[in-house]
Design a protein around this ligand. Structure first.
Ligand SMILES: Cc1cc2nc3c(=O)[nH]c(=O)nc-3n(C[C@H](O)[C@H](O)[C@H](O)COP(=O)(O)OP(=O)(O)OC[C@H]3O[C@@H](n4cnc5c(N)ncnc54)[C@H](O)[C@@H]3O)c2cc1C
Length: 328
């Protein structure tokens, strides 16, 4: 990798001041170091965040809502009883990230800000990989793991953070801190779709870091389900999270968010509308899965994701109400 200057920040203030142009923040390093070794990202300076005590920990509870500081490791998130009991969508998703070793190092901030896994990007061709004759490498090449929505555009990779999915379903907010102070936005707003290789897929400004994520008080029921290659320690192919509120047995409000189908966490308004006003049964969940797939435009090698999306939405809704019908 390219030689770099190392800054071990001890406070948020030190970290923000050190993050000048050409610098990269490093938390667990499980994504950044790989990119540095492959010369995909070559910062002049690395600012290490893991010794910043103000950035680690979880406060609050399911009654008041939770604040998860960005340096919290996934293993600490999994050890939190309130998350396990009241935010199963988040707990279940975190439990399926990588391996125990990765979850012991990876932080929630690094997870949300990890870069896409697209192999053309990871081979140095950028997020919109084009060959010298102008052909889109992902559209015309091996696109088996790419998006099936928003494919009329040029950003065809699939968004990488599986934790963003339950957080958005739960209505979580992200707080960024930088040279101009703090600002808070929906977790969904952390992400944008680049239109060229010089644009970032994140909404953060230069010098800003993610400080925390706040999850509202638990209401209703939530759940996640993911489909992956066998039981491998890999990213999901398609996953979804749902957060449902009820009036009696009937769904009064729904948020359904999907992974692996678009360059952003994909909010499936179609699935939400399909399940609202109904009780969650296998039939109504299947109808929501079919609705979710409408409008998908898969690429040459990823049509399988349309069928997978239908099944994942069906199972996510069933998991959310405790009906793991495929296991009985
Ligand atoms: C085998 C394997 C399987 C995996 N499976 C999954 C999976 O199923 N789902 C999933 O979501 N991920 C998966 N991952 C990715 C893993 O979760 C991420 O690599 C990890 O969460 C990144 O966290 P980190 O603390 O190590 O981040 P780092 O590598 O330190 O940083 C990652 C990026 O985030 C930035 N960053 C870090 N902290 C902050 C901050 N506070 N503010 C702003 N920017 C910040 C860094 O600058 C860098 O660009 C997998 C990884 C591996 C190796």
């Amino acid at each position: 990798m390219k030689a770099f200057e190392y800054v071990g920040a001890k406070s948020v203030d030190q970290a923000v001041k050190a993050l000048t142009s050409g610098s990269a923040a490093m938390a667990g390093g499980t994504d950044l170091i790989n990119r540095m070794k492959d010369y995909v990202t070559s910062p002049d300076r690395v600012v290490y965040l893991n010794d910043v005590k103000e950035l680690a920990g979880i406060s609050g509870d399911s009654g008041t809502g939770l604040t998860i500081l960005s340096g919290t490791r996934l293993s600490d998130l999994l050890a939190n009883d309130s998350i396990k009991k009241s935010y199963p969508a988040l707990w279940q998703t975190a439990s399926e990230v990588g391996t125990p070793q990765i979850r012991n190092m990876a932080t929630i901030g690094g997870n949300l800000m990890q870069h896409p896994r697209c192999w053309y990007y990871r081979s140095g061709f950028g997020l919109i990989p084009k060959s010298s004759d102008g052909k889109h490498m992902l559209r015309e090449g091996d696109n088996r793991y790419a998006s099936i929505f928003m494919t009329d555009g040029d950003a065809l990779y699939a968004h990488p953070s599986s934790l963003a999915i339950p957080l958005i379903a739960l209505g979580a907010k992200a707080t960024l801190i930088g040279p101009d102070g703090e600002r808070t936005m929906d977790v969904a707003e952390l992400y944008k779709v680049p239109t060229s290789n010089t644009e970032s897929p994140f909404a953060s400004r230069p010098g800003e870091i993610l400080k925390s994520v706040s999850v509202p008080a638990a209401a209703g029921k939530n759940g996640s389900f993911e489909a992956r290659h066998k039981q491998a320690h890999d990213w999901p192919l398609v996953m979804a999270s749902a957060s449902l509120t009820f009036s009696g047995d009937t769904v009064s409000d729904a948020r359904v968010v999907v992974y692996g189908v678009a360059p952003l966490p994909w909010r499936s308004k179609a699935a939400e509308e399909a399940i609202k006003g109904k009780s969650v049964t296998l039939d109504s969940a299947r109808a929501a899965g079919s609705a979710a797939a409408e409008g998908a435009k898969p690429l040459s090698m990823n049509g399988y994701k349309v069928a997978m999306l239908k099944t994942v939405i069906t199972r996510t809704l069933c998991v959310t109400v405790g009906n793991r019908y495929w296991e009985v």
